[in-house]
Each structure stands twice: as structure tokens, then as C-alpha cells.
Write a protein that binds this ligand. Structure first.
Ligand SMILES: Cc1ncc(C[n+]2csc(CCOP(=O)(O)OP(=O)(O)O)c2C)c(N)n1
Length: 792
């Protein structure tokens, strides 16, 4: 066999040590799984899902994982993490216990379930780390196959770097695109469309992606014959296999218990993809799952006794031990010693993790119970109740912060008439505030890279600034942007050759090159994945969804991955994608979409910009590119041929996020809206003006964030009437704006008449101009509603 060679591996002793160290890692990881399950069953942790059965394959895999490489995997990869030196057993248990201290659970600060790993990609200030010299783990997610789009993107970024001119500014991000993305997936999850779309795209794009399919024959209880054509993912993938004269992927099959075979096959495959960028798939068969799927159930329910016996016989750790003995590398006794020592070490690490987790909470318990006991009351019953509350709290062996807060709250209610009750309330509130940061922070960047900290710079519009079509504004903007910012890339369906369907990029591929502005297949999901991987690796992708209506195909990775990245890593990972699309009214059911309610409710963690014209859009792109926050920008489909003045400071001007603009001042009613419909509102306002009804028209500009300085409230304080208008369904984003102003801003206090919303019909807009008129809000409807409000 050929193990990847380190210097001392050339000697017999070096080889033997490596093998015994691998055995030790296998035992360590298996023991962590066994103890982990026990911690859940005894109630110290809530849920466990472990990597038992995959130890040997992952040890072999880790041998090929080099600084600069990436992993996009799922919840079974603890052994890989231990073997790569990226996780300790103590950290593993800290995450199992949901320890919110980032020093203890460095993957998620207690926010994710066990085995959802991550390594930082930015420092505390949001600056990119030297990723080319680190082993990188993109933060894991639970939805099956959700790692696939991102994995494709992480690998694709290597291709981008390899195709860029060799300038030193990218040195810390890539070594000429030599980095491989290691992607792991369970066999059942290959049934997801995500898998197929990503593998096809990888075969077309030719990127250094190494996919490891752990085939244990089941997806929880459902066997692979129900999951995969021919019951075998490598057979099903045959048509994608690379041939000498075609593109495609290399496919290998290997057994999960075959230590020597795994080391050999992985080394060969990984080296190939690193050098050639031809993707590689390892179908790892005969994987066992000694403890079943997770702590939620038992596999005896669905595996036959024969299957269970087979799994015991072919357990990879057992097989590795046999192989070591057969090859005379160590005796049974030596291996038993390793087992004994390692198991003790795992137990100690687990205990230390628990100690670190529980000690600060016990401190809170002590402080709270001391305070409760000290409260002076003049009623014996109350006194006894308080003593009981304090003592119950102290007796709790596994107290939570929640128990401390609850006890304090009940104690304060109990001692309501005591002059000392304020001590309880104050301590309660302080604890709540202190701990909120542990659980309710980092949804967006909070430091210097926050988009909300980007200074506003107004566009310079000279007298004689030319009035040009909206799409030409964008075209000139993107041209200037691509000339000056080498980190920016643009891609999507029809973005390259023809420069997008509305010509924002017309002629720019020819000028800036196919490496930076390019076409993709029709596959919104993995276009988002490409953006995610590139952004994760320090590039600044502008990825297109051709029309807003097709965002739904790409929404899953934005919602589950991008929008949660910063939160789920407690601020350690940034993924500043910019998704560019165009929407609102144009024509027919699938080219008139404005489903902003769906979007803003699924994308908390991203910003959502709804510019009314292309100058505003360009300003928003500038703002976003100065920050690390991810965002969706929705341009107006019917605005590309409207005339706008071209600002002179194209790359400098910024539009602040969350700051509405008053488009027309007025005194009778505040009209709040965004996007294409503003032009209809302006028309309605002109008609109302003739009746002496004066509308103040406000463009919110961004829905996430929404009016952060409460400017709309100021308008309402003047007009005492307000209507929210958009093209979404009733109860969609218009209801969101209503809620923001009424509840968050306290707008209800300033109303003279009931506030209203005007939205589109619940159905999608029909085709043709009358389809539009009767489906979306129109001038007459707006005039009628405002007139009604004025006469109330
Ligand atoms: C999108 C989605 N659907 C369902 C689930 C629930 N679920 C979690 S794991 C799992 C089975 C996965 O099986 P497989 O891909 O073979 O991986 P294994 O857990 O066996 O390693 C299912 C259905 C999920 N997490 N995500």
C-alpha cells in the first residue's frame, strides 16, 4: 500500500507509528460517539448524531486534506475533524452540551447541534484570513444535501483563482487554484436534486471537487433501493463519468473497512483533481452504523438481525485492528493498551467539557439563590416560598440559564411587596441582557464590516449629466466596477456572451474577460452555490437570478446557508454574496413577481434591496461591496428603458441601507412603498393633487433593514394618515411595513384614520395589460383608497 508519505514514513517505524496513530484516532472517535450517545440518553445533552462506522474512511480522507483545502460536509465527519487536527474531543462535547462560549465550542458558540463544524474565514473585524494556508471548514448544515451547492462553489473558486492573472494580492486566498473542496454526503441524500445538479455542474465546469458518498445502505430507515436507481450511486452516475475525449467526473468505488484500499484510492483521486480540476466521486460502500442513525431512534426497528450481525462483523475499527495484527504491525496487547489509554482520554475530555459548560451557570445559580435568600419579607409564608425556590435551584444538578431566570422571575413575583424586590428584578434584567448576546447576536455583521456602517456618499449629478437608459447606467457602472475591483465576478444565465437579458453587462465580457463575466447553465440552485463558495473564499460574486420569479429555485441555499452563516458561526464566517435579479410588474404569471413577503421572511440574515431605479441600484451595489453583509438586489424589470442621469462619481456614491427617501413632500397622507409601483403612485398623487390632496411619497429603498431611523414615523406625525402599497399578495410585504411602522415605531399613536394596505390580488398576475391592471394595484385603485381615507 502507499500511504501519503511524510519524511519519516519512508522508514518502517514511521509507517508503523502512522498506522498506530490512525488506530488511536479511530478508537478516540468511536469512544466519543459511544459516550456522546450516553450523554444524550442520560439527559445532559438534547440530541446526538455521530460518525461511528466512518472512522477508517475519514482517517484516510484526512491524509489528503492540505492547507488551503475546503470541506463542505455534513454531520457525520467528526473523525475527519479529529484526524485533521481541526477539532478536539473536548470541543466536540462542548458542542454536544450546547456550550455558548465560543472558546469552548469554537464551531458555533453552542448554536448548532453536535458535529456541525466550522473554521473561521474572517477575523473579529471581518478581515479575510490567510485561507490559502489554512485547512478550511465551511459551516455545516442539517438539511440533507444542502452542502452540495456550496461545495461546488468552493471548488469553483479554485478555478476562478487559477484563471486570474497571477497577482500577489490573491496570495493569501489561493495558491494558483490548487485547493480541493472535500464534500461528504450520505448515500440517501444523493436522492436530492441538489446532488444531481451539483454533480452535473461540476462535470461541466471541471472543478476540483472531491465528493465522498458514505453508503451505509439507508436514509434513516429507508433502504437504498428506494433511494437510488440500480441501488448504487456509482452505477447511477455512469453517464457522467469522464472519458478520454469528454468532460465529466472520475468515479471510484472503495470499501469503508479497507484501510489500505481507502488510503490508496483517496490519494490517487485527490491528486488527480488537484492537478487537473476534473471532479472525483468516491463511492464508499459497506459503511456500517453501529449505533444507528441518531439518538432519536433505534436501528433494530428497521435492520434485520442478519444485517445487524453483518455490521458487527464488518465494523471498520474491528477490521483495522485485524489488519494491523495480520500485518504484524502491533500485537493484540499493544492495541489494547492504546484502546485503554484513549478511552480514558475521551472520558476526561468529556468531563472537562461538561465542567467548562456548567461552571458559569453554577456561578449564576449561586448568585441568584444568595440574592433570593437575602430578600427581606415580613410574611413567613413568602419567606418559606423564597427559601424553597432558592434551594430547588441549588439542588438542580444540570441547571440551565433559563432555570435561573425563571426562578428569579417567580421569586420577584413572590416577593412583590418586599422593599428589596428590585435587587431580584435588576439581577434578572442584567442576566437577561448579558446572556442575550450569547443567543441573539451576529445575524448580520456588527463590526466595521457592517453594511449599516457604510457612509452615505451622494451621487454627483452635474447639470449637463447625460440622460440615458437605466440599463446603460448599470452598464457603465459595471464597466467601471470591473475595471477597478479585481475581486468582483458576475455570472448567471445569459450574463456572459449577451451581457444579461437586459444588457447591464452588454459588451463587458468581451472587455473584462470570460474569467470574470460568464454564462452558466440553467440551474439557479447551484448558481447560488457558486456565489456562496466564491464569497466564502474572499471573492465578491454578483450572481444573477434571471427573473425574480425564479428565485424560488435558488431560495433554499440563500435561506438555509447564506442567511444563517454569520449567525450559526457566531460571527466567525462571512459569506458576502450579492444576488442580482429583476422583478415587479412586467408580463404574465412568471415575469411579474414581487413575492417580497416570502423573500424577507426567508432571508433574515441577508439584506433585501428594492431600488426604484438603476442609479439607486448602483449606489446599493457600492454600499454592499464596502461591507461583508450578503444581500439580494431586486431591480425594476420595467425600469431598464427609463431615462436616468448618470452620476459622475459612479464608484464612490453609496445608498445607505435602511434609510427611506422622501420622493415627494406632502401634508395629508403618507404613502409608503418601493420599487416599480412608485411610478404609479406618483401618477395617482398628481391626480389627487388636483383635488387638493397632498401625498407624501416615501420610498423605503430596502425592506431588510427597514427604516432604521424611523423616518416614516416623522412623516406620519405630520400627516396622521398612512397607506402602505406594494405588488405582493395581501398580507405580504405591505403587512410587514405596516407592522414595522405601527408596532415597532409606535405609529398607531399618530393616526387620525385607520391605516391601510394596498397590495396585488392573491393570485398571480394574468397575461396582457388588462391581466396586469386587474391583478396589480393600479392608479385608479390608489386614488380611490386615498380619497376614501381623506373623507373618513
Ligand atoms: C432536507 C432534509 N430532509 C430530511 C431530513 C431528515 N433527515 C436527517 S438525516 C436523514 C437521512 C440521511 O441519510 P443519508 O444521506 O444516507 O446519511 P446518513 O445519516 O445515513 O449518514 C434524513 C431523512 C433532513 N435533515 N433534511
Amino acid at each position: 500500500m502507499t500511504l501519503p508519505q511524510k519524511d519519516d514514513m519512508l522508514s518502517y517505524d514511521g509507517f508503523r507509528n502512522e498506522v498506530l496513530n490512525d488506530y488511536r484516532t479511530a478508537i478516540l472517535s468511536r469512544e466519543a460517539s459511544l459516550l456522546g450517545r450516553r450523554e444524550v440518553l442520560t439527559g445532559k445533552a438534547k440530541f446526538g448524531i455521530f460518525g461511528d462506522g466512518k472512522e477508517v474512511a475519514q482517517i484516510a480522507m484526512a491524509k489528503c486534506f492540505k492547507p488551503g483545502d475546503y470541506r463542505a460536509g455534513y454531520y457525520r465527519d467528526q473523525t475527519f475533524m479529529f484526524a485533521s487536527g481541526l477539532a478536539s474531543v473536548q470541543q466536540f462535547f462542548a458542542q454536544l452540551f450546547a456550550d455558548p462560549d465560543i472558546k469552548n465550542d469554537p464551531f458555533s458558540g453552542g448554536r448548532q447541534m453536535v458535529s456541525h463544524f466550522a473554521t473561521r474565514n474572517v477575523d473579529e473585524n471581518g478581515n479575510w484570513l490567510d485561507l490559502a494556508n489554512r485547512k478550511n471548514i465551511s459551516s455545516d448544515m442539517a438539511p440533507t444535501a444542502s452542502q452540495m451547492p456550496r461545495a461546488l462553489g468552493l471548488a469553483f473558486a479554485s478555478k476562478c483563482f487559477r484563471n486570474l492573472p497571477d497577482t500577489p494580492q490573491f496570495d493569501s486566498l489561493s495558491h494558483n487554484g490548487n485547493e480541493v473542496c472535500f464534500c461528504t454526503i450520505g448515500d440517501a441524500s444523493t436522492s436530492e436534486g441538489h446532488f444531481w445538479e451539483a454533480v452535473n455542474a461540476a462535470g461541466v465546469l471541471q472543478v476540483p471537487l472531491a465528493i465522498f458518498v458514505w453508503d451505509d445502505g439507508y436514509g434513516i430507515s429507508v433502504p437504498k433501493d428506494f433511494q437510488t436507481t440500480k441501488g448504487s450511486i456509482s452505477k447511477a452516475l455512469k453517464g457522467l463519468q469522464k472519458e478520454p475525449t469528454t468532460n465529466g467526473v472520475h468515479i471510484y468505488r472503495v470499501k469503508a473497512w479497507d484501510y489500505a484500499g481507502l488510503c490508496e484510492v483517496f490519494e490517487e483521486g485527490i491528486q488527480k483533481t488537484r492537478e487537473t480540476h476534473v471532479p472525483v466521486i468516491f463511492h464508499v460502500e459497506e459503511v456500517t452504523q453501529p449505533q444507528g442513525h441518531s439518538t432519536s431512534g433505534s436501528h433494530e426497528r428497521y435492520k434485520s438481525p442478519e444485517r445487524l450481525q453483518w455490521e458487527r462483523d464488518w465494523d471498520c475499527v474491528k477490521k483495522l485492528k485485524e489488519w494491523i495484527i495480520e500485518n504484524g504491525l502491533a500485537s493484540e496487547d499493544e492495541l489494547s493498551n492504546i484502546e485503554h489509554e484513549t478511552k480514558n482520554e475521551v472520558r476526561d475530555s468529556k468531563n472537562q467539557a461538561w465542567h467548562n459548560y456548567i461552571t458559569p451557570i453554577q456561578g449564576l445559580v449561586q448568585e441568584a439563590s444568595a440574592l433570593i435568600k437575602e430578600v427581606m419579607v415580613n410574611d413567613m409564608d413568602v419567606y418559606n416560598q423564597l427559601q424553597q425556590l432558592a434551594s430547588d435551584l441549588e439542588k438542580n444538578h444540570e441547571p440551565l440559564r433559563r432555570d435561573v431566570l425563571r426562578t428569579l422571575s417567580i421569586a420577584a413575583d413572590t416577593a412583590a411587596s418586599s422593599p428589596m424586590v428590585h435587587t431580584l428584578r435588576e439581577y434578572h434584567d442584567k442576566l437577561l441582557a448579558d446572556n442575550e448576546h450569547l443567543y441573539d447576536s451576529h445575524l448580520y455583521n456588527e463590526g466595521p464590516k457592517s453594511a449599516l456602517r457604510v457612509e452615505e456618499v451622494k451621487p454627483l449629478l452635474s447639470f449637463d449629466a447625460p440622460s440615458i437608459n437605466g440599463y446603460e447606467v448599470l452598464n457603465k457602472y459595471f464597466d467601471t466596477l470591473f475595471t477597478h475591483n479585481p475581486y468582483v465576478f458576475a455570472f448567471g444565465e445569459d450574463v456572459g456572451n449577451i451581457g444579461d437579458v437586459n444588457q447591464g453587462f452588454a459588451g463587458l465580457q468581451q472587455k473584462h474577460g470570460t474569467a470574470r463575466i460568464f454564462d452558466t447553465g440553467i440551474r439557479e440552485l447551484t448558481i447560488m452555490g457558486q456565489a456562496i463558495g466564491m464569497a466564502f473564499r474572499g471573492l465578491r460574486p454578483i450572481a444573477e437570478i434571471q427573473y425574480l420569479d425564479y428565485l424560488v429555485y435558488g431560495l433554499q441555499p440563500l435561506s438555509d446557508d447564506v442567511a444563517t452563516t454569520h449567525f450559526r458561526t457566531a460571527g466567525q464566517q462571512s459569506c458576502p454574496v450579492i444576488i442580482r435579479t429583476r422583478g415587479h410588474r412586467l408580463e404574465g404569471i412568471w415575469h411579474s413577481g414581487s413575492p417580497l413577503g416570502m423573500i424577507i421572511n426567508s432571508l433574515r440574515g441577508m439584506y433585501v434591496c428594492v431600488p426604484r431605479n438603476m442609479v439607486q441600484a448602483a449606489g446599493m451595489y457600492n454600499t454592499l461591496l464596502s461591507s461583508n453583509d450578503p444581500a439580494l438586489v431586486i431591480e425594476c424589470l420595467n425600469g431598464y428603458r427609463l431615462k436616468e442621469k448618470l452620476p459622475a462619481n459612479l464608484l464612490e456614491f453609496t445608498v445607505p441601507l435602511g434609510v427611506p427617501e422622501v420622493l415627494k413632500e406632502g401634508s395629508d397622507i403618507t404613502v409608503v412603498s418601493y420599487g416599480s409601483i412608485l411610478r404609479i403612485i406618483e401618477e395617482a398623487s398628481e391626480r389627487l393633487e388636483k383635488e387638493n390632496i397632498s401625498c407624501e411619497i416615501i420610498d423605503v429603498q430596502t425592506l431588510l433593514p427597514f427604516d432604521i431611523h424611523h423616518n416614516i414615523l416623522q412623516s406620519l406625525q405630520k400627516t396622521n394618515r398612512i397607506v402602505f402599497i406594494d405588488e405582493d399578495v395581501p398580507g405580504g410585504a405591505s403587512a410587514y411595513m405596516y407592522n414595522k411602522v405601527m408596532e415597532e415605531q409606535g405609529g398607531y399613536k399618530w393616526l387620525d384614520v385607520a391605516p391601510r394596505t394596498i397590495a396585488a390580488k392573491a393570485h398571480r398576475p394574468g397575461y396582457g395589460s388588462d391581466g396586469d391592471y386587474f391583478s396589480k394595484p393600479n392608479t385608479e385603485e390608489i386614488v380611490r383608497v386615498i380619497r376614501e381615507m381623506m373623507s373618513e
